[in-house]
Design a protein around this ligand. Structure first.
Ligand code: NDP
Length: 343
């Protein structure tokens, strides 16, 4: 099958490539923003010849994706759209989150409808940020979130609020726009949306400086590996997680599973209290003894009735199985220490 993948140079995009490219019969066109990114992806996936590139410098531009989708000898079967702003350091205002997220999604859907009638499915990376009311964590206590839940943030709040609210709004309004498009246009393709919480786990793209880490990985590095043993544990705010390997598998399964048609899925491995991350890192890596907040080893740092999320639907329909947390944290910890040593 022939697949168009946006955000191919990103943290998640690289995991999707790592799992897609070895599949027989697959050809991927990777969409990135610049030639430098074409080169980075080419290097990371140099063993594969079943990939080519399209450069789309501005995904909010009208007809942004028309050429990427139509200039091809073999028509596309499917699209995976992961590109969306998440790196806070790359954003200067709330619009920088909202516009690329929403317009990037709607431009993709419009382009598929206009120039790529062969595409039968578009898989869209949404987020748990579109599900839970993360700006009001007090209201989330005790809830077990499912695919029926939506973050109640309004457009005005997303525009005027802090960067977290802008990001949460960007994911919600992008996903909402996609569902609205399908409902109103009844296009010749269906969509699948995937809602992972924080994605923690090893990298499949080359990062040579810790300052270049993606948002969720940077959270682990700076909060758990670059502090002090007697510093307070990082606050347990974003403690639901998924491993990028399973999130990537979910995207691929979403491409090929007929029953996933027009469905939304939460992709969540479970809760990860800050204490657990610290305990695993401290037990496995002696060099972190002085740098990883110790907290109270073995005592869960989640208090009250911590919210949770159900991944039953993803397990059942997409066949996703989640690996143990230890593996996720150790695989990432090893890699981050190696990046740090080499920089
Ligand atoms: P990265 O920052 O590593 O990758 C983001 C990708 O999107 C990059 O290819 C980036 O391109 C592209 N992108 C960002 N901003 C823009 C923009 N304004 N215009 C065009 N392209 C843009 O993050 P992730 O891989 O983690 O994110 C991938 C997707 O997963 C996003 O949709 C994100 O919301 C979602 N997600 C991520 C979670 C996580 O914890 N990591 C959790 C839940 C959802 P460039 O390199 O050129 O900036």
């Amino acid at each position: 099958s022939r697949i168009l993948l946006t955000g191919a140079n990103g943290f998640l995009g690289a995991h999707i490539l790592r799992q897609l490219l070895p599949r027989p019969g697959v050809f991927v066109r990777a969409v990135v923003r610049s030639q430098a990114k074409v080169e980075a992806v080419t290097q990371d996936f140099s063993g594969f010849s079943n990939i080519d590139f399209a450069i789309v410098p501005d995904i909010t531009a009208p007809q942004a994706f028309d050429d990427a989708l139509s200039k091809t000898d073999v028509p596309f079967d499917a699209v995976i759209h992961t590109a969306s702003p998440f790196l806070y350091s790359a954003v200067t205002g709330n619009r920088d989150f909202l516009d690329p997220a929403v317009k990037g999604t709607t431009e993709m859907l419009k382009a598929v409808q206009a120039v790529a009638p062969s595409v039968k499915r578009v898989v869209i990376t949404s987020s748990f940020a579109a599900v839970g009311d993360l700006a009001h964590m007090d209201k989330m206590a005790g809830s077990r979130y499912t695919e029926a839940d939506w973050n109640p943030v309004t457009w005005e709040e997303a525009l005027a609020g802090d960067m977290n609210t802008a990001y949460q709004g960007s994911k919600k309004f992008a996903e909402e726009a996609a569902w609205k498009f399908v409902e109103e246009e009844k296009p010749g393709f269906d969509i699948v949306t995937l809602c992972p919480p924080m994605i923690y786990g090893p990298l499949e793209h080359t990062v040579t400086k810790t300052s270049d880490l993606n948002q969720s990985t940077a959270r682990i590095y700076y909060f758990f590996m670059a502090g002090k043993a007697d510093a307070p544990l990082p606050e347990d705010s974003l403690y639901l997680y998924a491993d990028p390997r399973e999130v990537a598998t979910a995207h691929i399964s979403a491409l090929y599973t007929p029953e996933a048609s027009n469905q939304r899925f939460i992709i969540c491995a479970g809760q990860v209290p800050s204490q657990s991350i610290s305990d695993i890192l401290r037990a496995r890596f002696p060099e972190l003894e002085e740098r990883t907040p110790m907290g109270k080893p073995g005592v869960s740092s989640l208090s009250g009735e911590p919210y949770s999320a159900s991944s039953e639907k993803a397990e059942k329909v997409l066949g996703i199985k989640f690996r143990p947390l230890e593996e996720t944290v150790i695989d990432l910890g090893k890699q981050l220490l190696a990046i740090e040593k080499a920089e």
